[in-house]
Design a protein around this ligand. Structure first.
Ligand code: GDP
Length: 635
């Protein structure tokens, strides 16, 4: 075959082909040079690969969605030319119409151009690498049952450690504050409650470094205490337990410790790993010890941040003030925030007019773990939303608009969380190995019975994880926890009010309620059964020995074999043995008798086999197996 003929087949001219062959280290003299058939096949393949590589590297950046007109500019073509191509494909667009990303990519590819989506400005800023890491203050959240003293402890710390030292001492509430101790600084989030904690996490804000669980020394562990602990555990945040109100005559810290031992939080002085400290928010007893423990824990965690890059932070609280407009308390995670900076905060933006610290004092800048209240935003963001310093007003407006757009889209299609029915699919496609459940029941006894029954469902491959269990109605905090942990919520003989159902629907959470225990167990069993990875049953079919190896232009390497045992079937699993070792696993891709493709060849007959491996050589043995996938059932 002559080069010009080959070029014609490839749809390029001879000169181009000769150039490509040079690149491929395959020099030919001129278009009249000839190559044999086999070489021509190799050239075709190699030129195809080279073209693909060239297109991959020929990147043009665009914004999707894109109009025909804009795409034409990017591809350096006339819009009318693109429209003609589309019409030939039976697609009718107008010049200013947005076209599908895949259609744009395909046409670009036909012009040997690889379209790549431009990084958004936001992505570019977030990509800035954090370096020069230095120590930052730990961020603490207090959680626990209502009235066990979270607010009192926070107030005590704030009043004793901040107000007394700083001038003026206006203790304005802004959702977070920092205390300076001799041993270091500590930031407290003054938004106690695990619902807020988890709601913030759902917005992507994992800012708490340590959770302090507050328990009344008299009342002990309550359902909400357990909820709070489970929320902290789900966030994988270390826990310190403060046993509060020890000034009270009925205080019984030992009883609390005993209760803690039962819920997998064995206190250190009982041989466990949980740090506990007895405190009184009334007298201040133990508070210094609590602070010391926090600092000790934080030191061990070696918390660090970049204090120089443009700030990234999180909104802790926001409100509309009559005189000052939108006010947002933000906590910086990385970098530095300065007055005059342009920033995006949730879907809003600002040129920061003023910043105040937790004493109400004006500040010019704030660094990591430092809470400040900023003014100047054109709207009120939600807690948990991100604040980002951007280079200029244009980017601020652009990013804010993109975020608004994203929010609108998200409202239309909530994130789909795990549903019992599609567990099997998820396991197969996404290799899910856990079924996470939040379990609620009417009374303690039933809760235990249901949990026991669920745990008895045998499964080695899929772990049943009870993220949280509790007595009482399914509440919004259960739904929020399910949202961040991708769990399903199961209620047994409990009410699920319409508001909670509505929230679950909005968040895409499955909430199932049952009245009869075996129905619940059956459903979960069926799901877990689907979860089980199907077993593969392999049966030996036959064996062939390689007598010789030859090359075919289209099929590649073919092994000329003799079937020694059983039969060889096309498409089945093949193990290539050299000696006793399997050196390759593949499939019988080609099976030939003389020149004919066949489906099977039986014992004592010669055949040609390709298994997609060109290392195969004389003397090798090919064992062929049938694979059967068996869905397993539970006993
Ligand atoms: P929160 O709901 O967890 O924030 O609890 P609060 O801080 O509002 O406290 C609830 C009640 O317990 C209030 O009446 C406090 O005065 C009281 N309290 C809090 N801490 C202590 C304490 O250490 N000792 C005593 N005696 N009372 C306390």
């Amino acid at each position: 075959m002559r080069i010009h003929e080959l070029a014609k087949e490839l749809g390029i001219d001879s000169k181009q082909l000769i150039l490509k062959l040079k690149v491929l280290n395959f020099p030919v003299k001129n278009h009249m040079s000839s190559v044999d058939k086999e070489t021509a096949e190799i050239i075709k393949h190699e030129v195809g690969e080279l073209d693909k590589k060239e297109i991959e590297e020929n990147v043009v950046e665009v914004d999707f969605p894109i109009t025909v007109k804009d795409l034409a500019v990017k591809l350096n073509k006339k819009p009318s030319e693109l429209l003609t191509v589309f019409i030939k494909q039976g697609k009718f667009f107008t010049i200013n119409q947005n076209i599908d990303e895949s259609i744009a990519r395909d046409i670009a590819y036909s012009y040997k151009i690889n379209l790549r989506e431009k990084l958004s400005k936001e992505e570019e800023i977030l990509k800035i690498e954090s370096k020069n890491l230095t120590k930052r203050a730990p961020i603490i959240t207090l959680m626990g049952h209502i009235d066990h003293g979270k607010t009192s402890i926070l107030d005590y710390i704030r009043n004793s450690k901040v107000a007394e030292k700083e001038s003026g001492g206006i203790t304005q509430h802004m959702g977070a504050y920092q205390v300076a101790l001799d041993k270091g600084r500590v930031t407290f989030l003054d938004t106690p409650g695990h619902e807020t904690f988890t709601a913030m996490r759902a917005r992507g804000a994992d800012i708490t470094d340590i959770v302090v669980i507050v328990i009344d020394a008299d009342e002990g562990v309550k359902p909400q205490t357990i909820e709070a602990i489970d929320h902290a555990k789900a966030a994988q945040v270390p826990i310190i337990v403060a046993i509060n109100k020890i000034d009270r005559p009925n205080a019984n810290p030992d009883k609390v410790k005993q209760q803690l031992s039962k819920i997998e939080l064995v206190p250190e002085d009982w041989g466990g790993k949980t740090t506990t400290v007895a405190v009184s928010a009334k007298t201040g007893q133990g508070i210094n010890e609590l602070l010391d423990l926090i600092i000790l824990h934080a030191d061990m965690m070696e918390l660090k941040a970049d204090h120089v890059r443009p700030a990234i932070g999180v909104v802790v609280e926001a409100k509309l003030s009559k005189g000052r407009g939108s006010l947002a308390t933000v906590l910086i995670k990385e970098g530095i925030l300065k007055v005059g900076d342009f920033c995006v905060c949730g879907p809003y933006w600002a040129k920061i007019k003023a910043m105040h610290d937790d004493n109400g004092d004006r500040v010019q800048e704030a660094v990591a773990s430092y809470p400040v209240e900023i003014s100047g935003l054109n709207g009120v963001p939600n807690p948990g939303e991100q604040i980002l310093v951007v280079p200029d007003e244009k980017s601020a407006k652009e990013i804010a608009e993109k975020r608004r757009e994203k929010e609108r889209k998200k409202k239309l299609t909530p994130t789909a969380h795990l549903k019992l029915e599609d567990l099997y699919k998820k396991v197969k496609e996404e290799h899910l190995k856990q079924l996470k459940v939040i379990l609620k029941a009417d009374v303690g006894g039933t809760l235990e019975a249901v949990e026991g029954a669920l745990r008895k469902i045998p499964s080695q491959e899929v772990e049943l994880v009870i993220v949280h269990k509790g007595v009482g109605a399914v509440n919004s905090s259960d739904v929020l926890l399910a949202d961040v942990t991708d769990s399903i919520v199961v209620g047994f003989k409990v009410v699920i009010d319409s508001q909670v159902r509505e929230l679950a629907k909005k968040k895409g959470i499955e909430v199932r309620s049952y009245q009869i225990i075996y129905e619940l167990v059956d459903d979960v069993k069926a799901a877990v059964e689907g979860l089980l990875t199907p077993q593969i049953k392999r049966t030996f079919l036959g064996r062939a020995r390689v007598k010789t190896v030859f090359k075919l232009s289209k099929a590649g390497i073919i092994a000329g074999c003799m079937v020694e045992k059983g039969k060889i079937l096309r498409g089945k699993i093949a193990h290539l043995f050299r000696g006793n070792e399997v050196i390759f696993e593949g499939k019988i891709q080609t099976l030939k008798r003389f020149k004919e493709d066949v489906k099977e060849v039986i014992e004592g007959i010669e055949c040609g086999i390709s298994i997609g491996n060109d290392k195969i050589k004389e003397g090798d043995v090919i064992d062929v197996f049938n694979e059967e996938i068996i869905a397993r059932r539970l006993k």
